[in-house]
Design a protein around this ligand. Structure first.
Ligand code: GLY
Length: 409
């Protein structure tokens, strides 16, 4: 059976590895040079809808898995489906649940899905008024895709005004809605709830903790993700509440013709005043995927196959624990330092992201060149393995958090 995986990052690398290990004829479009170095077949093309579609269709895959939301927004899922190809991924309409934060908030309100209190603002004076309604820190969400960096948590009103004013005065250029979300900051325990939607029903994957901020103990700017630990065991009461949120969401998606075969990610906050949905993503998280797939890669492959062929899959049966650790470049998440990347050891458990081959060497080509994964029977073993692996990847300005998994030990 032939599988095409669309995307160019560490998430797609870990998915491709699972399919190759299960003996599938696998191609990643467009992939990256690090994947090629790891023995994963890639078809390098420009990241435009036409080039991605052409390369995918000429591979004649039985199933296509679409990784990034950007591709879904471009209508790649819709176009492949129109050709009768089985696809795991959201339609361009459904992708608005992630791409357009205003659309997502209105969806939640319409269907009584608990979410932190918010205001949608269109003008500078509305922005100022809304910020005064809330206490610091201030949360601002902009209605576009920003690689996981479209939500800002700002300590002062003046910083929040600054960010908001830039978007408002640009006339919401490049945004999906002409409005900003100003949201009440909601402290608590945050969970990455990843769901596979299949035939109008769903399966909730084992829970993951992820670490968004650049520095230890949740300090510094939001990034696309600095680490993840899985599986996280939660008590039955909390799981029941999470199940309610997921059930309500899927029911509402079916009602609004927004359901699809593919992954939905709910950023859920268990706060003192209840459990709430912070955001939806219409894809698997990154590095959450790199943490969860290796725990039962054959099970993951089976889930995709069942979903593509119209069967509700059985859940993963994760064995042990795993830790995914993002290795980032000095200047992350906004800049990077161009340098050569070397591996001293095996390529196993290294998933590449922003790297590029130049003159026979791999170079860092973005803020996060790779993610390393440690697995073990216990969290302790998995943490040790991940940090050991991090030492085997060498590049100038390498930086990573030192507290991933710490609170579980
Ligand atoms: N790690 C968060 C995300 O993938 O959006």
């Amino acid at each position: 059976m032939k599988i095409a995986i669309l995307g160019a990052g560490a998430r797609e690398h870990s998915i491709a590895k699972a399919f190759i290990d299960s003996g599938f004829d696998t191609l990643v479009v467009p992939g990256n040079d690090g994947m090629k170095w790891s023995g994963i077949p890639i078809k390098k093309v420009q990241e435009t809808a036409d080039e991605i579609l052409d390369a995918t269709i000429s591979f004649a895959p039985d199933i296509v898995i679409v990784g990034p939301t950007e591709y879904m927004v471009l209508g790649i899922v819709d176009k492949l489906k129109a050709k009768g190809i089985k696809v795991i991924g959201a339609t361009s309409k459904s992708a608005m649940l992630e791409a357009d934060k205003v659309f997502a908030k209105e969806f939640m309100v319409k269907h009584s899905i608990p979410t932190p209190r918010f205001r949608i603002v269109h003008t500078l004076s509305q922005l100022e008024r809304a910020l005064k309604e809330f206490e610091p820190p201030y949360v601002i969400k902009i209605p576009t895709l920003q690689g996981g960096k479209g939500s800002f948590i700002l300590p002062t009103i003046s910083e929040a005004l600054d960010i908001g004013a830039k978007v408002i005065t640009s006339g919401f250029e490049g945004m999906w809605s002409e409005g900003l979300v100003v949201e009440e900051f909601t402290p608590g325990e945050e969970y990455a709830v990843q769901v596979l939607i299949s035939s109008g029903d769903y399966v909730i994957l084992p829970m993951v903790w992820e670490y968004q901020r650049l520095y230890d103990h949740g300090r510094g700017p939001n990034t696309g993700g600095m680490g993840a630990v899985a599986p996280i065991r939660i008590d039955d009461r909390l799981f029941g509440l999470i199940k309610d949120l997921v059930g309500k969401t899927i029911k509402a998606m079916l009602k609004e013709s927004l359901a699809y075969e593919g992954f939905l990610y709910l950023g859920v906050m268990a706060a003192n005043n209840g459990i709430k949905v912070l955001e939806y993503n219409v894809r698997l998280g990154d590095p959450e995927t790199e943490a969860i797939v290796p725990l039962d890669s054959a099970g993951f492959v089976r889930m995709i196959k069942d979903t593509a062929f119209g069967r509700l899959p059985e859940n993963l049966k994760p064995f042990g624990a795993s830790v995914a650790l993002s290795l980032v470049s000095e200047g992350a998440p906004y800049h990077y330092t161009d340098s050569v990347l070397k591996i001293v050891g095996s390529m196993e458990n290294i998933y590449f992201d922003h790297v590029q081959e130049e003159e026979g060497m791999l170079h860092v080509s973005g803020w996060r060149p790779c993610v390393v994964v440690g697995k073990g029977n216990t969290y302790n073993e998995a943490v040790k393995e991940a940090y050991k692996k991090a030492e085997e990847v060498i590049f100038e300005g390498k930086f990573y958090r030192r507290d991933i998994g710490e609170s579980l030990l």
